[in-house]
Structures are given as C-alpha cells and as structure tokens.
Design a protein around this ligand. Sequence first.
Ligand SMILES: Cc1cc2nc3c(=O)[nH]c(=O)nc-3n(C[C@H](O)[C@H](O)[C@H](O)COP(=O)(O)O)c2cc1C
Length: 162
Amino acid sequence: MKSLVVFYSLEGDTKFIAEAISKELGGEIAEIQPVKQIPTSGFRKYLWGGKQVMFKDKPDIEVIDKDLSKYELIVLGTPVWASRFAPVFNTFLEKHQIENKKIALFCCHGGGKEGKTFGDFKEKLKGNDFVGEMDFEDPLKKDKDENLLKAKQWIRDIKDRL
Ligand SMILES: Cc1cc2nc3c(=O)[nH]c(=O)nc-3n(C[C@H](O)[C@H](O)[C@H](O)COP(=O)(O)O)c2cc1C
C-alpha cells in the first residue's frame, strides 16, 4: 500500500515518531515547514503558538512537492497546541485536497492528551476513511524506547488490517 506520512514538529518529538512510522510502512514522508520559524526557546513559543491557534492562523508554509492523490494511506502527525493541531495544518489542508483516502492520525503532547486535535482533523477531512489514531507523550523526553515500540506496533496493526 502506497503511504505518505505528513508531519509538523517544532521540537523533534513528532518528527521522531513520524520517521519511525514511515520506516515501518516503507513509504514516503513529508515535513511541513513554516516559512517563518517559531521561536523554540523559553515561554515565547507558547505565546506565539497559542496566538496562532486562537486566531485560527494559516501561517505560510514551504511547498510540499507531493501529489497526495497517489497515496492510499496518509498518516498525519502533529504536536498538540492549546488542545488542537498545529496551525500549519490549516494551511496544509487548504492547499492539498485529501479525498477518499485511508487516514491515520497521531499527535504528541505534553501530558494533556489530544484534546480536540483528532476531532478537528476529522471535521476538516470529512468523507475520508479514518483507520486509526494514537497519542504520544513527549516521546523524545519521556520513555523514548517505549514510545518507539508503541508507534511501530500501532502502525503495524493498521497495516495488517488494511
Ligand atoms: C504553543 C504550544 C502549545 C502547547 N499546548 C499543549 C497542550 O495544549 N497540551 C499538551 O499536552 N501539550 C501542549 N504543548 C506541548 C507539546 O504538544 C509537546 O511538547 C509535544 O510533544 C511537542 O511536539 P514537537 O516536539 O514535535 O514539537 C504545547 C506546546 C507548544 C509549543
């Protein structure tokens, strides 16, 4: 099954899981890169990111050179920001039509769980077939090996089911 993992990651956690999943699937991977990078240091990132979520911003993103219609399974991965997906996905979903696909969702959070993240994705991607969702708690900072196993097992189960 031809697969694509699309992710955004500010501090590496989501990237870590996305790469493990993509490797397990033997598919392709694409990173969403904002044109203007958010500061990663200190409290500023919360103010900046929180503001983007609150105002439903669509920050400019670099071009993703993938034709999404070519893939059967699309995995979307995001950090949880203010209980929602990162705002760069507003831009990504506006620029890329995703229809009649199998979609798996994952997120990384700091302990507050997924909040509205998966619900918002499902709302925006109505009509697609959602085949799984999983959350990870700061996988680079906490229980790295355990989270790696969890990610591999999760995507393997999905792959076996499809
Ligand atoms: C702007 C901002 C808002 C956040 N909001 C939440 C939240 O609502 N709930 C939560 O559990 N973690 C929250 N976090 C923590 C991140 O979701 C978590 O550290 C995640 O693993 C980071 O993924 P990344 O390394 O791929 O960027 C927030 C982080 C940032 C920068």
